[in-house]
Design a protein around this ligand. Structure first.
Ligand code: GLU
Ligand code: ZN
Length: 300
């Protein structure tokens, strides 16, 4: 077997919160894991505000998210990029995809699509609707897209059968997450994406967009969804522990344990920066369990 290639020395990671709410324990885990993976590799760590959907934005959430990151010692590199400032770049690609016939206008009403949950049935594929007052959908190829996730292993999805042509610009003019995330990760030179497993089934769509637009494919690590001891989504029965500045160290230690790391008990009560120095030096992504249920004790 040929030797595996050396790890590239250039690493750019990112945390990309949506300001539709405040940071909770689950998002702290995503922020922390992407931060540690970047810092342990000597890489850069960026923060990008995914503020694509003003109606769903909670006033004050952007500032609160950034303050919470700082309170937890998670200091980012460079300026925070806001997707609300990137509309021109998204629109240029929408126009390019419309012009090449890869994308098309869809006028299906919500009511029509209600009967087809999951996969868009392609009603407007050949309809030649005008793109104004219409959603713009990307034509997907009738094939599988797959990749090897650093934690979850191989993941494959048949875009034609399982997803169907997907929206890149909504009828109300808002740009879709799938489009914006791919363009921004490439534009910011992101090499490594560490994020929650809830986005695993979005990744094949993103791989297709990267291929179509000639963009590099980053490495992916999808973190386990953190669930309650009873397997339910966090926050259903147990309240997700609030993140307060004076509890930052304790929250970091809980998050580290949820990520399979083993901080020594001597770190209890230590400031966030001290805990993070230890965590960067000892970071081992292979210790993360692909599925993680929080222990009862972690929720107190
Ligand atoms: N903005 C997305 C979220 O908060 C994350 C996007 C990503 O990491 O790709 O769920
Ligand atoms: Zn349609």
């Amino acid at each position: 077997m040929p030797p595996s290639p050396p790890l590239p020395s250039r690493y750019i990671g990112r945390f990309a919160p949506t300001p539709s709410g405040f940071l909770h324990f689950g998002s702290l885990i995503a922020a922390l894991a992407s931060f540690l993976d970047a810092r342990a590799a000597g890489g850069r760590w960026l923060v990008r505000m995914e503020d694509l959907d003003p109606p769903r934005e909670v006033p004050g959430a952007q500032d609160a998210i950034l303050r919470t990151l700082e309170n937890h010692g998670l200091h980012w590199d460079g300026p925070v990029v806001r997707q609300s400032e990137r509309h021109e770049a998204y629109e240029a690609v929408v126009q390019q995809l419309l012009a090449s016939g890869q994308a098309y206008a869809c006028t299906c009403s919500r009511k029509t699509l209600q009967d087809y949950p999951g996969r868009y049935p392609g009603f407007c594929r050949n309809a030649q609707h005008a793109p104004s007052d219409a959603a713009i959908r990307l034509r997907v190829p009738d094939r599988e897209y797959g990749f090897i996730d650093r934690l979850q292993g191989e993941y494959r999805q048949h875009l034609g059968r399982e997803v169907g042509d997907f929206v890149i610009r909504r009828r109300d003019g808002l740009y879709a997450y799938q489009l914006a995330v791919v363009l921004d990760d490439a534009w910011q030179g992101v090499t490594d994406i560490v994020r929650g497993a809830d986005l695993l089934d979005s990744t094949p769509r993103q791989l297709y967009l990267q291929e179509l637009l000639g963009l590099p494919q980053p490495r992916y690590l999808h973190l386990p969804l953190i669930v309650q001891p009873d397997g339910q989504k966090l926050g259903k029965r147990y309240r997700s522990p609030p993140l307060s500045p004076d509890q930052a160290g304790a929250a970091l230690l809980r998050a580290l344990r949820a990520l399979g790391q083993q901080p020594p008990s001597a770190l209890a009560g230590a400031p966030a920066e001290v805990i993070l120095s230890w965590a960067i030096a000892h970071w081992n992504a292979e210790h993360i369990a692909p599925v993680a249920a929080l222990a009862e004790a972690e929720l107190r």
